[in-house]
Design a protein around this ligand. Structure first.
Ligand code: G3I
Length: 405
């Protein structure tokens, strides 16, 4: 007769094999949502963990820089596709979708910015760029940030940021960009994308007025990107009150627009404290949660994914550690926060076994732990945990996840 402890250990080993499969990507696929990450310059370096993590954890990919104007068209009429092509090919090989970022922006303008062109010529430059880029990736890039960051920060009558498109063409460049884009790829979902306008701030109202005007003029815009570069309380990037974000997403829905969280990260002071990482986790949960609670918000993208590569420490010295994986590609609390949101949960109380193990019966729900292990729904079996694996256990259900001891 088999020894009971031996049986328990066999079950444990069997379960560990399937636990290892739980990922953001699998959870997002089950929900039918896009969980994405921006790929930066490390994508083209020889670091296998980078691409392995991308393809394992995300079903959507964005180029952090490789599809910007000056990167794609460094001099007039000379397009450089190598990096962007490699990204699109990688996505296709791995069954991932690609968001395009970004066609028309007041930064990264290269020759278009430097040239001091007249109105008609600048319009022609914009048209050629959009037609060439979107044409090349027609059917391969499902949504595009057509216009990025054209609205000025803060309150007041100063609606538009100063940039060479506004100076050279006027605010109607926005209308033209969307009309051209839609003609090139009528199936692509076209976004206006901007930062620090997620909550109830004057800039959010200006963006609302812009896109409402576009809709009223029949301009083919389909969504608004909320970048979501966040930080701890008391900073200019502090997480807005989440009800405000919810109201904002809903008023775009009322205009018939989608919303995507396009560049999420949550910077903390470095080196990161446990407390800040817990606040960060709450921030990830709140933003992903409010997005998925609204049917018009089905895309959530993080701006990078490993703290090893993020623009933040270079841009904002003393700050960083903003992403769901640490510098060794280990999932952080924020990663488990995302997993919790993607998987509706309810309380599970495992039974303590005398042998120093805990046991639970699984059923038509999915089980996972913060150590990254899971059991598929419907396996209906006994799962045994070693007592040393303290943590939170969740069951798929309708309630909120809670700690079980
Ligand atoms: O590639 C060159 C490299 O050859 C050179 O040695 C190095 C020296 O500084 O610069 C490298 O280019 C930098 C590039 O990032 C790649 O690292 C640029 O100087 C730098 O300006 C660029 O910054 C990017 C920034 O957009 C401006 O395009 C950041 O990586 C990128 O994260 C950031 O992303 C933006 C979104 O597009 C729009 N929303 C805000 C977001 C954060 O600022």
């Amino acid at each position: 007769m088999s020894h009971p402890i031996g049986l328990c250990m066999a079950a444990l080993i069997a379960v560990q094999a399937s636990w290892a499969q739980e990922t953001l990507r699998a959870a997002a696929d089950r929900r039918g949502v896009h969980i994405g990450a921006a790929a930066g310059s490390a994508f083209w370096s020889n670091e296998p963990a980078y691409k392995e993590t991308l393809r394992r954890e995300f079903n959507t990919l964005v180029a952090e820089n490789a599809m910007k104007f000056a990167q794609l068209q460094p001099t007039r009429g000379n397009f450089r596709w190598t990096e962007a092509d490699a990204l699109v090919e990688f996505a296709q090989q791995n069954g991932m979708k690609v968001r395009g970022h970004t066609l028309v922006w007041g930064q990264s303008g290269g020759f278009a910015e430097a040239g001091n062109f007249g109105r008609e010529e600048l319009l022609e430059i914009m048209r050629t760029h959009i037609q060439t880029v979107m044409g090349r990736y027609r059917g391969k890039i499902f949504e595009w940030d057509v216009v990025n960051e054209t609205i000025a920060d803060g309150r007041g009558t100063n609606v538009y940021r100063d940039n060479y498109w506004i100076r050279g063409i006027g605010p109607e460049y926005v209308d033209s960009a969307f009309r051209i884009a839609h003609r090139v790829d009528p199936t692509a979902v076209l976004y206006y994308n901007d930062y620090r306008a997620e909550g109830s701030v004057p800039k959010a109202d200006k963006i609302y007025a812009l896109v409402k005007g576009l809709r009223e003029r029949g301009v083919p815009i389909h969504g608004v990107g909320m970048q979501g570069h966040m930080s701890t309380p008391g900073t200019i990037r502090e997480l807005p009150e989440i009800g405000q974000v919810d109201a904002n997403i809903k008023r775009f829905a009322a205009l018939g627009l989608k919303v995507a969280i396009t560049e999420f990260d949550f910077r903390v002071r470095t080196p990161a404290s446990e407390q800040d990482l817990a606040v960060q986790k709450a921030g990830y949960k709140a933003m992903l949660g409010v997005c998925l609670a609204n049917p018009n918000c089905r895309t959530f993208v993080t701006w990078g994914f490993t703290d090893k590569y993020s623009f933040i420490p270079g841009f904002d010295p003393g700050w960083g550690a903003a992403l769901p994986f640490d510098e060794q590609y280990r999932p952080k609390a924020s990663y488990y926060g995302m997993l919790e949101v993607l998987t509706p949960t309810s309380l599970l109380r495992p039974r303590a076994l005398r042998s120093g193990l805990r046991q639970v019966e699984t059923g038509p729900w999915r089980l996972y732990t913060p150590t990254g292990v899971s059991v598929a729904a419907g396996e209906n079996r006994t799962v045994v945990f070693p007592t040393r694996s303290r943590g939170v256990f969740f069951l798929k259900g309708d309630g909120e996840g809670r700690a079980a001891r």
